[in-house]
Write a protein that binds this ligand. Structure first.
Ligand code: F6P
Length: 529
C-alpha cells in the first residue's frame, strides 16, 4: 500500500530540507496551513509536492471522505464493538440533529450539559473547597490535562485527580483536605474499573472514618448508571453518557465535570466551541487544505513510510505539561493495533510511540538524542504566540525563540567544517578533528510546528479536536479500528488472577518461573519485619 510513497522516499537520497527552501522561495506558505485560527507549518519536513499529492491520493483511496461522513452521521464505525463514534455530538453546541439508529441524540446531550452546568454552578457557589476526580485513562487524563492547561481560567474549587491504584496517589491527595468541604467525583464509563472502584471505596472510608456522611459528597460520571446507583450514588448526582463516546474521547461530556466546576460553565462552553470549530473544518474542508488530514499525512509519512517509530510532542507551553500523556492514550490506545478491521494481520507498522515533555525543559534532558542520536525522531512543536503572564513577556519571548531555534537547528544541523571552526582556537591536528566530530549535528531532521494565539479554553478545544481527528485519519489510512482497546484486557484479567497469589490466598504454582520468583521475593517483604 505504501509502495508509491516508499519509492518516492528512496528517490530523496540525501536531499536536504533546506534545499527545498532554496528551490522554492514560496515553500513556507505552500507547506503550511491556517485553519480554525491555528497555524500549522510542515515545511521543515521532506514533503514536496509529489509526496504530498501521493499521500492525499492514498487518503482518498483508503476511503477517508466516506469514512469521515460515516463518523459524523452516526454509523457504527467502531465495528468490533458495533458502536457509533460521536464524541463530536457532545460539542455540537448549535448544530443540527445527530442520529443514532434513527434517533436524534442532541436533546439528551443538551439536557446533560445543562444539568452539569446546574451542578457546577451549585458547587462553585457552595462551601466546597476541593474536588477530587477519581478515574483512570480516559476518565482522568483529559480533565487532568485541561485543568492544568487552563489554570488562568480556573477560579472555582481546587481540583485533584486520583488515578493510580497505588495507595500513595489517594493518600497524598487526601492529606491536608478537609472532609467537610471535599467533593468526590467517581468518573468511570463502565463503573467497574478496579483502580477507580478501589480508590472510590477508600475515599468513602476516609469520609466515614472522619465521621462525615458520604451522602451528597459523591457524584458519578458513567455510562453504567445502574452500577452507580448500586454503589449508592443517586440518579440526580449521576451524569450519564452513551456508549458512542469512547473513554479517551470523553472529556467533552460528563467526564469534563471537574473542569467545568473549576472554570465555570461559560468557559467550558468555550472549550466545546473550539472543538466544534475544528469539527466543522474537518468535516467540510477539502483534503488538501484540511488541518487534521495534513497532520495525519505527515504522521503516516514519518512512521509508516520512513519507518520513524516514535514522535515527540513538544509543547512550548508549560501548562500543557500533561498533553503528551493525554496524546499517548489518544494515539496509542487508538492506533496501536496489529490487525486490520477485517481481522487480517496489518502488513505495515501500527501507529507510532508518542512521547514528550514541555520545552524548554526537554532541551536540557533528551534533546541531545534528538539532535545527535542515530535515530530520527520527528518532532511536533506546539507554541502560543502570547502567554498569560503579560508582566513576564520577556519570558515568553525567550520561550518562542527557543522553540523556533530548535526546529531550525534540527533542520540545519552543523557540518564538520563549521564544527572545526568552533574548536579551531582550542585544539589542533588530530585532537581538533576528534573534538570537531563530537560537535557535528547531522541536521535534516523533520519537525512540524503548530502555533496558536493563546492557550484559552477555546484554543485548547481546537487542539484536542485536531489531534482526535488526526488519529481518526491515520486509523482510516491504516484500515484499523481506532475506537476499541482490546489490548488492555489481558493484563486486567491476569491482575485479577494474581490478586489472591499476592495476598497469599492462592499459590503461584500455575505461574511461570519468573512470576513465581518475583512473588516469592515480594512475600519476603510484603508484611514488613
Ligand atoms: O483500560 C483502558 C480503559 O478501558 C480506557 O480505554 C478507559 O479510558 C479507562 O480504561 C477507564 O475506563 P472507565 O472509564 O470505564 O473506568
Amino acid at each position: 500500500m505504501f509502495d508509491a510513497l516508499k519509492s518516492l522516499a528512496s528517490q530523496i537520497g540525501d536531499r536536504r530540507i533546506e534545499a527545498l527552501f532554496d528551490e522554492n522561495a514560496n515553500r513556507g506558505p505552500e507547506f503550511s496551513l491556517k485553519a480554525a485560527g491555528l497555524f500549522f507549518d510542515y515545511s521543515k519536513t521532506q514533503l514536496d509536492e509529489q509526496i504530498r499529492a501521493a499521500l492525499l491520493t492514498l487518503a482518498r483511496e483508503r476511503g477517508l471522505e466516506a469514512r469521515r461522513e460515516a463518523m459524523f452521521t452516526g454509523h457504527p464505525i467502531n465495528e468490533t464493538e458495533g458502536r457509533a463514534v460521536l464524541h463530536t455530538a457532545l460539542r455540537n453546541l448549535d448544530g443540527g440533529p445527530v442520529h443514532v439508529d434513527g434517533e436524534d441524540v442532541m436533546p439528551e446531550v443538551r439536557e446533560t450539559l445543562s444539568r452539569m452546568e446546574g451542578l457546577a454552578a451549585e458547587i462553585r457557589a457552595s462551601d466546597v473547597t476541593d474536588v477530587v476526580n477519581i478515574g483512570i485513562g480516559g476518565s482522568d487524563l483529559g480533565p487532568a490535562m485541561a485543568y492544568k492547561a487552563l489554570g488562568p481560567y480556573c477560579d472555582g474549587p481546587r481540583c485533584h485527580f486520583v488515578s493510580n491504584v497505588d495507595g500513595a496517589d489517594i493518600a497524598d491527595t487526601l492529606r491536608g483536605l478537609d472532609p467537610e468541604t471535599t467533593l468526590f467525583i467517581v468518573a468511570s464509563k463502565t463503573f467497574t474499573t478496579i483502580e477507580t472502584m478501589t480508590n472510590a471505596r477508600t475515599a468513602r472510608a476516609w469520609l466515614m472514618d472522619r465521621e462525615v456522611s458520604p451522602e451528597g459528597r459523591f457524584v458519578a460520571l458513567s455510562s453504567n448508571q445502574e452500577k452507580a446507583a448500586e454503589w449508592g450514588i443517586p440518579p440526580e448526582r449521576t451524569f450519564g453518557f452513551a456508549d458512542w463516546v469512547g473513554g479517551r474521547y470523553s472529556m467533552w461530556g460528563p467526564i469534563g465535570l471537574s473542569l467545568m466546576i473549576a472554570m465555570g460553565g461559560e468557559a467550558f462552553r468555550a472549550f466545546l466551541r473550539g472543538g466544534q470549530e475544528v469539527d466543522r473544518h474537518f468535516e467540510a474542508a477539502e483534503l488538501h487544505e484540511n488541518l487534521p488530514v495534513l497532520l495525519a499525512l505527515v504522521g503516516i509519512w514519518h512512521n509508516q513510510v520512513l519507518g520513524h517509530a516514535t514522535r515527540a510532542v513538544l509543547p512550548y507551553d508549560d501548562r500543557l505539561a500533561r498533553l503528551p500523556a493525554y496524546f499517548q492514550q489518544l494515539e496509542m490506545e487508538s492506533n496501536g493495533k496489529r490487525v486490520a478491521m477485517d481481522g487480517s494481520d496489518l502488513p505495515f507498522d501500527s501507529g507510532p510511540v508518542v512521547w514528550g515533555e514541555p520545552g524548554t525543559n526537554g532541551q536540557h534532558a533528551f534533546y541531545q538524542l534528538i539532535h545527535q542520536g542515530t535515530r530520527v525522531i520527528p518532532c511536533e512543536f506546539l507554541l502560543a504566540a502570547r502567554g498569560h503572564e503579560q508582566d513576564l513577556r520577556h519570558h515568553h519571548d525567550l520561550l518562542i525563540a527557543n522553540c523556533l531555534a530548535q526546529s531550525e537547528a534540527l533542520m540545519r544541523g552543523r557540518d564538520l567544517e563549521e564544527a572545526r571552526g568552533k574548536v579551531a582556537g582550542q585544539f589542533e591536528g588530530a585532537e581538533l578533528e576528534r573534538q570537531a566530530r563530537h560537535r557535528v549535528f547531522p541536521g535534516n531532521r523533520p519537525s512540524v510546528t503548530l502555533v496558536y494565539p493563546q492557550l484559552t479554553p477555546e484554543v485548547l478545544g481546537k487542539i484536542v479536536a485536531l489531534y482526535e481527528h488526526r488519529v481518526f485519519v491515520e486509523g482510516v489510512i491504516l484500515g484499523i479500528n481506532s475506537f476499541d482497546q482490546w489490548g488492555v484486557e489481558l493484563g486486567k484479567e491476569l491482575a485479577n488472577s494474581l490478586g489472591p497469589v499476592v495476598t497469599g490466598e492462592a499459590d503461584a504454582s500455575g505461574k511461570d518461573g519468573s512470576t513465581r520468583q518475583l512473588v516469592d521475593f515480594v512475600h519476603l517483604y510484603r508484611d514488613g519485619d
